[in-house]
Design a protein around this ligand. Sequence first.
Ligand code: TYD
Ligand code: MG
Length: 499
Amino acid sequence: MSSFICPSAHSKFAHLNKLAKTKSAYFCQSCGYESPKWLGKCPSCGQWNTFVEEVVEKPNAAIPNWKSNNSSSNGPKSTSTQRANKAVPVNSIDFAEEHRILTPDKELNRVLGGGIVAGSLVLIGGEPGIGKSTLMLQLALSMPAAKILYVSGEESDRQIKMRAERISAPQPGAAGLSGTGCFILTETSTQNIFKQIEQLQPDLVIVDSIQTLYSAHIESTPGSVSQVRECTAELLRFAKESSTPVFLIGHITKDGMIAGPKILEHMVDTVLQFEGDRHHVYRILRAIKNRFGSASELGIYEMLGAGLREVSNPSEILLSQRDEALSGITISATLEGLRPMLIETQALVSTSAYGTPQRSATGFDTRRMNMLLAVLEKRCGFRLGTKDVFLNITGGIRVEDPAIDLGLAAAIISSHEDMPISSKTCFAGELGLSGEIRAVNRIEQRIAEAQKLGFEQIFISKYNLPSGKKDKNQLDLSHYKIEIKPVSRIEEVFGLLFG
Ligand code: TYD
Ligand code: MG
C-alpha cells in the first residue's frame, strides 16, 4: 500500500508548493512603482488608483536564458556576471569611438547621433498608425548587406509581406528595395525569440512591439508592467553581451507617454519619438534621450503611398509657395537640434463674437501665446483683450524654440492691423516680458539658412551683435549678403515694419 497518499495531505502540499513558487506584487501602471501591498495613491508619481496586482515568479534557473546552451553547460552562470569591478582612474580607461552602423536612412543616422551604436537598445514610441512599423520595416529592407531579424508580435507574416511589397516597389527615379538579408519572425515568447537569434546570428534585431512580448520567467500577462520590464531587461542583456543593436517599438498612451513603466525609458540607451499630425504627410522623428549623441536632433519624413521618404531640405517644404504678401503670415528662423529650419508662422486676429475671446494655438504652447499677447497689449498698447486669436505653425510640426516669438508677435500685429509683411522678411528673436528682444543661440546658422533660401532681410536681437568686449560668440556681419536688422525692443520692430 505504498502508493496510498492521504488526499488532504496532498492538497495541502500542493498549496504550499504553489505558495513557495509564485510571488505577487502590486505595480503602479503609470510609473512602474512596485509595492508588496495595494495602495490607493502611488508614493512615486502621486497618481490615484493605479495599482494592479501582477504575479511575479522568481527567476527560475531551469528556464533558458538568452544563451541557453552556455548557461546549462557551465553550471550557474551568474557567478561570472556578478564579478565585482574595481575602481580605476579615469585617465587609464581605454577609449575608442563606439562602432557605429551607418544606415541608408540619413535622417535616422542623424537622430541617433551618427548611426546605430553596436549593442545599443533603442526604443521608438509613437501613436498608433503614425508609421513606426513602416519606418522599421523600411530600415530592415534597405540594408541588403546586413542580416536583420524583424520580430513581430502584432501582425502575421503575410501582413508584413504586404507592407514590404508596398514599401519596396520601385519608384519613379529610385530603385526598389531589395529586402535580401531581412528575416521575419512572428513570435511573442522571448525564449523562442532568443533561440531563433542564436540560429540566425543577426546583425540587428527589431521588435514590434515590446508590449506584445512575454517572458516565461514572469507569470503576468503581456503588456503588464512586470512583463514589459522583464522582456526589456532580457533584450538589454542580449544586446550588451552580443553587441547586437536592438530596436524596440513601444506604444504610447493617450497623453503621449510610452505605455508601461517609465522605467523602460531609463533602461534603454536611446528613446526616439515618432510624431506628427496624422492628417498631414510629415512625420518627425525626435530623440528624447540619447546616451550616444545629442537629444535635440530631429529627422523629418514624408509619408507617401509607398513608405516614408526622407525630407532633407525641410525649409523649402515648410514654406508655402506664395507670390503676394498676405497679412498675418511671417517666416521664423528656428533651430531643431543642430539644423536650422525656416517655418511659416501664421496668426489670425478677429473681433470676438462672444463674450469670452477664444485663444488657440496649433504647434505652439498656448501659455506662451498668452504671454506674447499680454506683452503686446501692455508694452505696445494693442487692444487684443477682446479679440479671438489663433496661431498656427504650418506643416503640422511643433516648435519649442523661443526664437519664433518675434515672428509670431509680428504675425499677430500684421493680422490685427491687416497689413502684410513682405514675404522676403524673416525673424529670429525671443521676446522678454518687458518687450525687449533677447538674443538667441546659433544666430549665424539661422542667418545663413535665411540667406540660402533667398530672404532679403532678417530681424534679430541687437544683443546678438558684437559688444565692445571681444567675445568668441559675437557675430561678424560683414560677410552676409542678407540685410540684418538688429532690434532691441518690440516697438522698434513695428516702427520698422509698418512705420
Ligand atoms: P504603421 O507603420 O502600421 O503604423 P504604426 O506601426 O505606428 O501603428 O503605419 C500605418 C499607416 O501608414 C497607415 O495609416 C497607412 C500609412 N501608410 C502609408 O501611407 N504608406 C505606406 O507605404 C505604408 C506602409 C503605410
Ligand atoms: Mg505597428
